[in-house]
Design a protein around this ligand. Structure first.
Ligand code: NDP
Length: 331
């Protein structure tokens, strides 16, 4: 067996030195546990926060202990009535090839619903983030303008589509021509902006002639600075993430005070786990849209356990279109 530990806490952008591959024994099962073979390991931006020891909504990873996160795997041995050998499961598991896990902490993944990997993406945590952030905080009405940053990523790509389903006009912001093409022509955004190549403030002004009613913010920083002057009265801003700051010593902003006062906008941070009591509802709605072909998804799948750290670092370089996953074993 093999696991990946946090070797030391990063300062700024993490490097390979922050990760350590360690050979371990395949764990013995205790009563109530199952042995899970990891198939898809999810890498997510929030993990950068857990690598630091700053105060947050979730405890930091421990140094010299395995990093953990969303994993879809298959039960290879069971000491629990809840799962049988061959079942697909989702859990918050260590970055390891095999894990002995208390069955109560796992959820069954139904392969009939879609590829099992979607339990880590459009039908999982990022999809639920998009759904609750947009519908509960953004509350877009038909005909309103919704701006989405990080629009080609796991969360953003789902936000764009849900906003379209709800009848909004959608402007997506992302960082490459390929991503813009995807956001516009596959996801159905009305306008797209490449924040790396365009003057975002000018491009937004052109793309949002009626101002901005909802800004779903995945990135923060200069991109968000460009959105605030366009906020309409009573605009809503679900603050989902600020990936532009995660590797910086100082928060990158945006500077918002005057704009919020003038627009009387409502800005609300949220963490998807706050909605855990409504996850069944969220999953049901996402699956329905998925079955009706109203919701599509893209995955950037890298092969090989040895590539987990690189795939994680790629999130901060914009390497992924859609959900970034690492496939570490065959199903
Ligand atoms: P993504 O799939 O969107 O991957 C990250 C993307 O962020 C990259 O592909 C890149 O795209 C973009 N990016 C990287 N650096 C920067 C930068 N400096 N400025 C602007 N964009 C950048 O990740 P997720 O969909 O999983 O997460 C998106 C956001 O949502 C993150 O901020 C994350 O922390 C947050 N989140 C919050 C949750 C919550 O509960 N509140 C739950 C899940 C995610 P590009 O090429 O366009 O630059």
């Amino acid at each position: 067996n093999e696991e990946i530990q946090l070797a030391k806490r990063p300062e700024g952008m993490p490097t390979e030195e922050n990760f350590r591959f360690v050979e371990t024994e395949v764990p013995e099962l205790e009563e109530g546990q199952v042995l899970v073979k990891s198939i898809y390991i999810s890498v997510d931006p929030y993990m950068r926060g857990r690598m630091s020891d700053a105060k947050s909504y979730v405890a930091p990873y421990e140094v010299d202990a395995p990093i953990s996160g969303g994993v879809v795997g298959q039960v290879t041995e069971s000491q629990s009535d809840k799962f049988q050998k061959g079942d697909y499961v989702l859990g918050n598991l260590p970055w390891a090839r095999y894990s002995a896990v208390n069955a109560e902490t796992l959820q069954k993944v139904d392969p009939e619903l879609g590829p099992v990997s979607t339990a880590l993406g459009v039908l999982g945590m990022p999809g639920l983030t998009a759904y609750f952030g947009l519908t509960d905080i953004g509350e877009p009405k038909s005909g309103e303008t919704v701006v989405v940053s990080g629009a080609a990523g796991a969360v953003g790509s789902t936000v764009v589509q849900i906003a379209k389903i709800l009848g909004a006009r959608v402007v997506g912001i992302a960082g490459s021509p390929k991503k813009l093409d995807y956001v516009k022509n596959t996801l159905g955004a009305d306008e797209v902006i490449n924040y790396k190549e365009e003057d975002v403030a000018k491009a937004l002004e052109k793309a949002c002639p009626d101002g901005v009613d909802v800004y779903f913010d995945n990135v923060g920083g200069p991109v968000s600075d460009a959105v605030y002057p366009l906020l309409n009265a009573h605009a809503r801003i679900p603050l989902c993430g600020s990936i532009s700051s995660y590797n910086k010593k100082e928060d990158q902003g945006p500077r918002i005070h005057g704009y919020l006062v003038k627009s009387k906008a409502k800005m609300q941070g949220f963490i998807v786990a706050d909605y855990s009591e409504r996850f069944t509802e969220g999953k049901k709605q996402l699956s329905e849209w998925f079955k009706q072909d109203k919701l599509t998804f893209e995955e950037n799948v890298v092969d090989g356990f040895e590539n987990v750290p690189d795939a994680f670092l790629g999130l901060f370089k914009g390497e992924n279109l859609g959900k970034q996953l690492v496939k570490v074993a065959e199903a």
